[in-house]
Structures are given as C-alpha cells and as structure tokens.
Design a binder for this molecule. Structure first.
Ligand code: GAR
Length: 205
C-alpha cells in the first residue's frame, strides 16, 4: 500500500482551520496523515483543542533568532517525515531560506500552502478582513495559495468571494469567512489525498 501523504499543520491562534483539517484528515486516512501541529504561541487556544486527534503538537516559540527557530522547525518536520506544510493562521513569515530548503527537500516542488482571508493580491498581511471592511469593500473573500518567498504572494490555488450582508456584525462576517476557509482548505486536502494534486515525498540528500 502507498504510504500516507504526511502533512504538518502550522497554527498560532484559535485553530479553527487546523481543526477542520484534522477532522477531514481523519476521514481521509490512510491516504493522508496529519501527525504534527507546529505552534509558535504558548497561549494559543488551538493547543487545548487537540484531544482525540492522533496529532503531536510541537510548541516551538521564537525566543531565539529566526534562523535557529526555523532550523528547529525543520528538524521536527524531518523527524516526522512531512511532505506538505499547511499554514492555518500561522502568523509568522517563513524566510526565503526556509522555503528554499523545503523545496530542495521535495524535488523542487513548492509544498507549502496558506489560507488567507482576502481576495489576494488585495489585502495581504494582518487584519485583512477589517481593512477590507474599513475600505468599504462590498465583497470579502478567501484565497488558498502556494507559499513563495513573499508575503501572501504565491500562486493561487483557489479563491472565492463572499458578498457582505448589510448590517452584518464583524463577528458574523468572520464566522462566514472561517466557514469558507474550511471549505476551500478541506477541498484541497481531499484533492491531495486523491492524488489530484501531485505530491513529491520528502527526500533529504
Ligand atoms: C484565518 O482567518 C486565516 O485566514 C488567517 O488567520 C485566521 C486564523 O483563524 N490568516 C492570515 O491572516 C494569514 N495572513 P483560525 O486560527 O481559526 O484558523
């Protein structure tokens, strides 16, 4: 039997995307396995929500320089033989060196993806929904994209607009944004599991 495609989820906060992925991953086993969650925030609520999942959480805080921090993450990913990185509300930019190393380990394939709450290239970075609302946009959106060496600049995999409802609270809007994120991300996970997205396995020279 082909071994499972192994995915690490990176999260820094509430973790609704991480949990949606872990739940979907359970149903897609043994085609995929999500054995590792990397978190950089000791107080991140996601860390308290992992009970019942066969996932190891690795808290790797940035109390050292970026290079050492990322080297620690790479070591953990290597140990767990990870093929893909799914960023799910991970609020830290991966350095070009990290992205290049990951690509080298996977035969040149760009196997890091990220979910972002805007219609990229509009509103990259933090507080994307709030900034779009403040600018009076009639549509918010969600983008799933490959991660390259820029901030929210990689090739787009899937993107969907979300029309705003008149008088809707920010809370209600965020709930709809999250629901759409979960939908796009789990669809991509299913595509990976089904082999519709080619996967290069981790190979360290
Ligand atoms: C999500 O809306 C995600 O798109 C966003 O953080 C939120 C995390 O929510 N990510 C970014 O803004 C990255 N630039 P979650 O912790 O509930 O998954």
């Amino acid at each position: 039997m082909t071994p499972a495609i192994r995915i690490a989820v990176f999260a820094s906060g509430a973790g609704s995307n991480a949990l949606a992925l872990l739940q979907a991953g359970r149903e897609l086993a043994p085609a995929v396995a999500l054995p590792l969650l990397i978190c950089d925030q000791p107080t991140a609520p996601v860390l308290g929500k992992l009970e019942g999942f066969a996932v190891e959480s690795a808290l790797i805080v940035r109390d050292i320089d970026k290079k050492t921090h990322e080297a620690n993450i790479l070591e953990k990913l290597q140990e767990a033989r990870i093929d893909w990185i799914f960023l799910a509300g991970y609020m830290r930019l991966l350095s070009p060196a990290f992205v290049q190393q990951w690509q080298r380990w996977h035969g040149g394939a760009q196997q890091i993806v990220n979910i972002h709450p805007s219609l990229l290239p509009a509103y990259p970075g933090l507080d994307a929904v709030q900034r779009a609302v403040d600018a009076g946009e009639t549509h918010i959106g969600v983008t799933l994209h490959h991660v390259d060496q820029g901030m929210d600049t990689g090739a787009i995999i899937a993107q969907q607009a979300l029309p705003r409802h008149p008088g809707e609270t920010m809370h209600a809007l965020m709930q709809r944004v999250h629901a759409l994120e979960h939908q796009l991300y789990t669809r991509f996970l299913r595509d990976v599991a089904a082999g519709r997205v080619p996967t290069r396995r981790l190979r360290i020279a």
